[in-house]
Ligand binder design. Structure first.
Ligand SMILES: Nc1nc2c(c(=O)[nH]1)N[C@H]1C(S)=C(S)[C@@H](COP(=O)(O)OP(=O)(O)OC[C@H]3O[C@@H](n4cnc5c(=O)[nH]c(N)nc54)[C@H](O)[C@@H]3O)O[C@H]1N2
Ligand SMILES: Nc1nc2c(c(=O)[nH]1)N[C@H]1C(S)=C(S)[C@@H](COP(=O)(O)OP(=O)(O)OC[C@H]3O[C@@H](n4cnc5c(=O)[nH]c(N)nc54)[C@H](O)[C@@H]3O)O[C@H]1N2
Ligand code: SF4
Ligand SMILES: [Mo]
Length: 691
């Protein structure tokens, strides 16, 4: 049963009527505060909380239709057991006891040989700290299962932030409204960070200039004053050329550089090699655009950069992020609360991960780590001394790897192994669930407790259950509690309730009573956190030069690293393909919500008129997009959203909704970024032909 606490304005039990405060669970920088209207135990409406500044009472199209997803007729309502060949997607209902008894028995047999043959696979299907990695992490730690390196999204940029600024820290988002120059770098804010776009609009109305840096002419790029449509994976070259111009024109804050940075002399020398001419050549943009970006950045104050993860999904993504987040230290932009840079704010939240996840339950064991971004190869690897035991069981929750992981041909082959035991905790029968031995019905955010951080603002949010679990669904936590009992794990920590876990997440760092009352609680952070330096690095300075990277044998200074697969350099596969998300999906979530799929209609490849004409491809025709890794079929959209030489394959569709059961990840590779071991989704060479 759920914990409940009585609050006058909220329903106190999930069978009542009223308005319940919650938080959007999705992997989106905005982490909106929600208000769910409940009538006789049924959620009838989900809205943005107008009292929460960062939400402003507005939700994106996806989540304003949340009840459609929650009560979807395809929702999995009972545990299901495979009743056909792997991947056929045929299942029969079983009771919870039958399912959990059998799963525990199977895991026990494998663990008796080597628990590292068991792999958890999870990501940010919910960003909740409780339904994410809490009881689940305790369970796998106690078991001694393989550890998962959760790299699939942000590891390159995240590690770059840590190596430069000392953590996932940056400007407070609301102060972009006071900036006079807003640079949106590698991000389609209107689609992926809607509430930031609202702030940028405020700045624009107050006279700010908006510049967008993106290979795709996105809906955001269109609405900025300027669009720098560079080639994918060339951002470091552009950032270094901006530094070059700041230096030669002396648009520098010498005092800030002297007092609050490390490695400036070496950085200066490196940047002086990046003339605007050289960068323009590498980036495929006019040299005057490079110069004018630098002039704007050097002379318009305060200047703020909103960089997002879109630019770090390439070989040199970590270096590029390091170069970009270094820029404000050159001009001293950090001195003003409306100056600086924001990539992620998640490191500012004082989450007590050890208390939630209990790594001490490993009791001295050090299991191997598997990188989630190479799951395709790793599921197909035999036992060896280097790798350890073959993976014999995977427990998937909060993720849909068959659709979202790179090189799906390999991922599918891995999950199709008849000797692999797969359990999937899900709301729906996703592409991954098709390959399960058991599918276990999970609750949605409207049905469970959770507590959140955010990566695009600095407020903690709390989510209360608004309705009782639909069907027989259980929270992830509850599934792992019940499995733990069956495995004979007796530690009392497996009995912690979800409400207790919500309190554990921040301990005494956050006023829990305020959270319960308001639904959100702003962190106490100075308005201009680095006005006087004080970066959370070892030196307390912005580290242009990273000692740790140098010790690892990497370049200690940021530089441009060309893509593994730049377009234009292969006659066989001459086009560079990026695959940013479609606006009305969230990664692969919502693809099965009919009203949203109706807006996106079908999988498309955007291709420039020049590239289309050269191949005899007509707008709206079906094309085959291919490389050595696979082929993908979709509709061509001939449009200037794509620049010549670059095609945009919008994702991430479920394979089963795509023509011939394919999606764009058939083409992406399992290579990893320079820093952070992350995937290179947007570093991918292809050819296109009429199908
Ligand atoms: N509607 C919607 N919102 C989302 C998501 C979603 O799937 N749908 N996903 C969520 C998730 S998981 C994340 S991590 C965030 C991501 O947040 P963002 O990174 O802001 O989101 P994207 O829209 O993926 O932006 C990527 C942009 O980067 C561009 N891009 C691609 N390659 C390059 C490059 O080499 N250089 C530069 N400068 N730009 C490049 C793409 O064209 C695209 O416009 O968004 C979150 N929000
Ligand atoms: N080609 C290409 N591939 C990409 C990207 C790209 O831009 N291009 N983007 C990448 C990025 S940025 C990311 S973050 C990854 C995202 O990859 P994933 O983290 O796998 O995200 P989703 O595809 O949204 O799948 C999340 C799943 O979790 C389920 N879920 C949600 N809440 C719960 C819950 O409470 N319990 C349980 N058990 N399940 C729940 C949802 O139903 C959904 O099926 O994809 C990556 N893949
Ligand atoms: S997906 Fe993002 S914009 Fe939409 S409701 Fe959730 S947090 Fe807000
Ligand atoms: Mo992501």
């Amino acid at each position: 049963m759920q914990d409940t606490i009585g609050i006058s304005t909220d329903v106190s039990a999930p069978t009542g009527s009223g308005v319940v405060r919650g938080a959007c669970p999705h992997d989106c920088p905005d982490t909106c505060a929600l208000l769910t209207t409940v009538s006789d135990g049924v959620a009838i409406k989900v809205q943005g909380n107008p009292e929460h500044r960062a939400t402003g009472g507005v939700l994106c199209t996806k989540v304003s239709r949340y009840t459609e997803r929650t009560y979807h007729r395809d929702r999995i309502l009972r545990p299901l057991r495979r009743a056909g060949p792997k991947g056929a997607g045929r299942f029969e209902p079983v009771s919870w006891d039958e399912a959990l008894d059998d799963i525990a028995a199977r895991l026990k047999i494998i663990a008796a040989r080597d628990p590292q043959a068991i792999l958890p696979y999870s990501y940010a299907g919910t960003m909740g700290l409780v339904q994410g990695e809490s009881i689940s992490a305790r369970f796998f730690h106690k078991l001694g299962a393989s550890l998962l390196d959760r790299t699939i999204c942000s590891a390159a940029g995240g590690e770059a932030l840590v190596q430069t600024l000392g953590g996932k820290v940056g400007m407070k988002v609301q102060f972009f409204a006071e900036s006079k120059l807003v640079v949106i770098w590698g991000s389609n804010s209107i689609a992926s960070n809607l509430h930031f776009w609202r702030v940028a609009q405020e700045a624009k109305r107050a006279g700010a200039k908006l510049i967008c840096i993106d290979p795709r002419r996105t809906e955001t790029a269109e609405k900025c004053h300027e669009h720098i449509q560079l080639l994918p994976g060339t951002d470091a070259a552009l950032a270094l050329a901006v530094m070059h111009e700041l230096i030669v024109n002396d648009w520098l804050d010498h005092e800030y550089l002297r007092d609050h940075t490390l490695g400036w002399e070496a950085m200066r020398e490196r940047a002086l090699r990046w003339t605007p001419e050289r960068a323009a050549q590498v980036c495929g943009v006019p040299v005057e655009q490079v110069r004018s970006l630098a002039r704007d950045y050097g002379t318009i104050k305060p200047a703020a950069i909103r960089v997002n993860y879109g630019m770090q999904r390439v070989r040199g993504g970590g270096n590029a992020a390091r170069a970009i987040v270094s820029l404000p230290a050159l001009t001293g932009a950090w001195r003003h609360r409306a100056g600086g840079v924001l990539l992620s704010s998640s490191g500012m939240f004082p989450v007590d991960r050890a208390a939630l996840q209990r790594p001490d339950l490993l009791a001295g064991r050090t299991p191997r780590t598997i990188n989630m971004s190479t799951i395709g190869d790793d599921l197909l690897r035999p036992s060896s001394t280097a790798f350890g035991p073959k993976v014999e069981a995977v427990v998937v929750y909060n993720s849909n790897p068959v659709a979202v992981a790179p090189q799906s041909g390999k991922v599918v082959a891995g999950f199709a192994r008849e000797d692999l035991f797969t359990v999937v905790l899900e709301h729906f029968q996703t592409d991954t669930a098709d390959y399960a031995d058991y599918i276990l019905p999970a609750t949605t955010q409207l049905e469970h407790w959770d507590i959140h951080l955010a990566y695009g603002h600095t407020d903690v949010t709390l989510n209360r259950p608004a309705i009782a679990p639909v069907g027989e669904a259980k929270p992830n936590t509850q599934v792992f509690r019940e499995l733990a009992r069956r495995m004979g794990f007796e530690d009392p920590c497996f009995e912690d309730s979800d409400l207790q876990l919500c309190r554990t997440a921040y301990g005494d760092k956050v006023d829990f009573d305020e959270l319960v009352q308001e639904g959100f609680s702003p962190l106490a952070i100075p308005d201009a956190p680095f006005a006087n330096g004080g970066f959370p690095t070892a030196s307390g300075k912005c580290e242009f030069f990273s000692e740790r990277l140098a010790r690892e044998g990497l370049d200690g200074l940021p530089d441009h690293l060309p893509n593994y697969e730049p377009g234009g350099t292969s006659e066989v596969y001459p086009l560079a393909m990026i695959s940013p998300p479609a606006r009305n999906f969230l990664n692969s979530t919502f693809v099965n919500v009919t009203s949203l799929r109706d807006i996106e209609r079908e999988p498309v490849l955007e291709i420039n008129v020049q590239d289309a004409a050269a191949r005899g491809i007509a707008d709206g025709s079906v094309v085959r997009v291919f490389n050595d890794r696979g082929e993908y079929f979709c509709k061509a959209q001939v449009t200037d959203r794509a620049r010549p030489g670059v095609v945009n394959g919008l994702g991430v569709w479920w394979r089963k909704f795509g023509p011939r059961g394919t999606n764009v990840n058939e083409l992406t590779s399992q290579r990893l970024t320079d820093i952070g071991r992350a995937p290179v989704f947007y570093d991918c060479r292809v050819q296109v032909q009429a199908a």
